[in-house]
Design a protein around this ligand. Structure first.
Ligand code: ZN
Length: 424
């Protein structure tokens, strides 16, 4: 397997998981009757079924007859599915089951089992009017988190880097006197006072930023390291002085020159640290987007964007890297005329959790019989297999960092870096 395929699988897996969550998020029950069940990998299935039978018995207390019978139907449906499991899957499982609103006054019993990308940590049974998705949502967050700290002797600011997203936390300013002493002060005494003030400021910054970094949940697992930025020799002096908590201090990745030491210094620090961060998934996404934007502004650059133009370039095999936004929610439909055989394709927007089967298909342009929907697929699936035919690399770009959101808002979520220039 090539590197490109590995990258693709990871971005793709996250995209699929995110879409599944969006679909579940949209489901509503008429009453408190949607069941969420989280089963960790080490839980015995017979313990789960015993509790479900118990819950079934307690349904007798539910006043509304309809809610009662819906909850009981959901529990029975889960029990029937659990019969196929001797033990939970390797990472555990999440079960979502209940009578959900289908639009209008239509309701249907629906049951879905999700195998998570990370192990489920706790057992949970919940009955509510929506599904409980928080534990799965937490898995969507970037796996690795970095601490960012910029400082000089007068001010400091710190925050997190989550994936490609910067999250500012807080800052501090010092009362360190400037280099110019007032008349009448002894030079030795002045520089001694100044040193004390600098030391106090570094201590405060070290303590407060360390405390903030260490509030990160699963600090020891997720927190990959700290980047320190600032002018020389401040950052070197701060790092050498061990002002950070020792668990944070030993995770210092590197020191980088930046001009700003307020909130604006954080993105500057991330840019300066690009080389050190290479290898992190989202940094690759950022690098691809920057490459695309550089090509775009060149006189004869190798950039293409918008669905139509990118499709034409894919058709002739001119695409090197296909960039697709994870914010894309569209489907590609193949339409056919049963009467004369006329066929066409089109792209339509799709809301998560909704099928587009009932969308108006229109009339055949050659014989005016109604067109029928022949085939429908997610646009990311469809464009990916199109790209595979000419061995173009595919990258799914998340939309939670600056260049990533530009792909969605300015270029409709579809862009490409070309192998050579074309007329499209
Ligand atoms: Zn026709």
């Amino acid at each position: 397997m090539t590197d490109g395929q590995v990258e693709m699988d990871e971005g793709r897996r996250r995209y699929e998981f995110k879409k599944a969550l969006e679909r579940l998020e949209a489901k509503q029950g008429a009453g408190t009757e949607l069941i969420t069940l989280y089963i960790p990998p080490d839980k015995q299935i017979y313990d789960v079924t015993a509790q479900l039978r118990d819950e079934f018995g307690q349904c007798a207390n539910i006043k509304s007859k309809q809610t009662r019978s819906n909850v009981q139907a959901a529990i029975s449906s889960i029990l029937a599915r659990l019969k196929y499991y001797k033990r939970p899957p390797e990472l555990g499982m999440a079960v979502f089951c209940g009578t959900v609103h289908r639009g209008g006054d239509k309701y249907d019993l629906e049951c879905q089992i999700v195998e998570p990308p990370e192990p489920i940590g706790m057992y949970m049974y919940r009955c509510s009017s929506t599904f409980e998705l928080e534990p799965l949502r937490a898995m969507l967050e970037e796996k690795y988190v970095y601490g960012l700290l910029v400082l000089d002797r007068r001010e400091a600011y710190w925050g997190f880097l989550r994936g490609a997203r910067i999250e500012p936390i807080a800052g501090a300013t010092s009362t360190v006197p400037g280099k110019q002493r007032k008349g009448g002060q002894s030079a030795v005494r002045f520089s001694r006072l100044r040193e004390i003030a600098i030391n106090e400021f570094y201590t405060k910054v070290g303590e407060r930023s360390s405390a903030a970094f260490m509030t990160e949940k699963d600090f020891f697992v997720r927190f990959k390291g700290v980047l320190i930025g600032g002018p020389s020799p401040t950052k070197e002096e701060f790092e050498a002085g061990n002002y950070l908590h020792h668990e944070v201090q030993k995770r210092v990745i590197g020191l980088f020159d930046v001009a700003y030491t307020n909130e604006s210094g954080l993105p500057e620090l991330v840019d300066a640290a690009q080389d050190a961060l290479r290898g992190v998934e989202v940094m690759k996404e950022k690098a691809s987007m920057q490459r695309f934007l550089r090509e775009l502004v060149k006189e004869d650059g190798l950039a293409s964007y918008g669905e139509e133009s990118v499709r034409k370039n894919l058709e002739i095999g001119a695409v090197d890297v296909l960039l697709l936004s994870s914010g894309l929610r569209e489907v590609r439909q193949k339409l056919r005329c049963e009467a004369c055989g006329y066929a066409t394709e089109r792209t339509v927007r799709a809301k998560p959790g909704e099928t587009t089967g009932d969308v108006e298909t229109g009339a055949c342009p050659s014989c005016s019989s109604p067109l029928a929907l022949d085939e429908e697929s997610d646009i990311i699936d469809e464009l990916t297999s199109f790209a595979d035919q000419s061995s173009a690399k595919v990258e799914i770009i998340s939309d939670d960092f600056e260049e990533g959101s530009i792909l969605m808002t300015a270029f409709g979520g579809i862009a490409a870096i070309l192998r050579y220039r074309t007329g499209y």
